[in-house]
Design a binder for this molecule. Sequence first.
Ligand code: UD1
Ligand code: CA
Length: 471
Amino acid sequence: MSTADTKRPPLAVVILAAGLGTRMKSDVPKVLHDVCGRPMLAYVIDAALSVSPERIIVVTGPDQDAIPEILPVGCERAVQQERRGTGDAVRAGLEPLQGFAGDVMVLYGDVPLVDGDFVAALHQRHLEAEAAVTLTTIELDDPEHYGRIVRDAEGGVARIVEYRDASPAERGIDEINVGLYVFRAGTLRPALGKLEGDNDQGELYLTDAVHLLLDAGHTVASFESDDEEMCMGVNSRVELAIVNAAMRRRLVERLMLAGVTVEDPGTTYVDWGVEVGRDTLIRANTHLLGRTTVGAASEVGPGSFLRDAFVGDRARVVSSHLHECVISSGCNVGPFAFIRPNTVLAEGAKAGTFVEIKNSRIGERSKVPHLSYVGDAVVGKDSNIAAGNITANYDGYDKHATTIGDRVRTGSDTTVVAPVTIGDDAFTAAGSVITRDVPPGSLGVAREQQKNIEGYAERRAARRLREQRHD
Ligand code: UD1
Ligand code: CA
């Protein structure tokens, strides 16, 4: 991390993440809860990285060892031993920054919709104001339980009053403290040292550090935001869902602006990092999750669910589930196919209706069009697996492989009892249970010969008549 602008003072970002998140009712630290496929903290770190700070410190509780595991290289963890409030959390965040003389930006790990532009604007405002602290404020229709901004006669910030400590008149103020700040490290450090927990909660309030700076005559500036979404924090799973929806909308919009047609953005679920090529059509009710990539000029949906799937160009995936698989260019999948991990459909292959394929390779232009299960199999190119074929790959102890060559035509309702090989250009007869290899160019027939019993219907009717007379 380095600064592009050599004139600005060095910048460090402290991200507060030690809060208990009690209202999440979860065993997972709040900042690790998922927003569009990654922990919410990761978005805050991205926003921080975009202003190229010298250091990024994430403040966690002593028991939150899962948090450092997701920190990118260069991000440091500081431990707040006891959760004694936001002022104490920032003090913990400054511990690794001893001797650091510059600006310290404070972000919250549970306010994940902040983006690089927002953080840059806050920083810019701070530099322009030459302030000891710049705090983000916003006017809300429903200011809820946020700290209120009390202004003096000249419109400057006079005080921040926590909701629980506020008088009825102060509670009527609709400008709130968002909680995102830039401080000058040199003035912040001594102020934090003087904090006392003489408030309703007995906590060390970061806002009291702002008051100490005001009392000492320092410049306190405000960055007035009008973007409610950016300032939105997650305290419950209800808010988590709202934040997810906002992030999803951003990600879907990004795809559309990159040339993807999205039929119904409201029912399109896209995880962070998903890529889709231009002129691809994403139809309604489609999930593109994890490390999914879809190429250009393809069509996915309606009603498809892809997780960690790769889909090439000019492919179609209709009403299907794809997990950890590769669907090459020009493939056709669905409707109602289930493509499971380690499956590769080579170029132009097809997996049709009510077809399940796992751990298999289907060769170029080969087709599995209807009602089949293919597992642990390699199918060559230009083969056709007819309706209702099953690879019986499991003997109750082990999985066994099936090998099917090029230009093979299996008959409908063929069961292949693995391990077995069907050679190039071979056929199987419909209804066969294939237990031995079929050599190249041969027809494998493995079923009872048909026998027709003549006059059966007449004899059956006569027998019935006789029985009725005897009754
Ligand atoms: C704080 C502000 C309040 C503001 C609100 C905006 C104070 C005293 N009050 O409220 O004016 O309107 O944020 O959301 O600062 N955290 C720690 N360690 C702690 C306590 C908190 O790391 O000991 C972290 C939390 O994980 C969270 C952030 O600090 O990310 C804010 O904590 P929270 O308890 O939500 O803020 P409040 O004190 O309610
Ligand atoms: Ca909060």
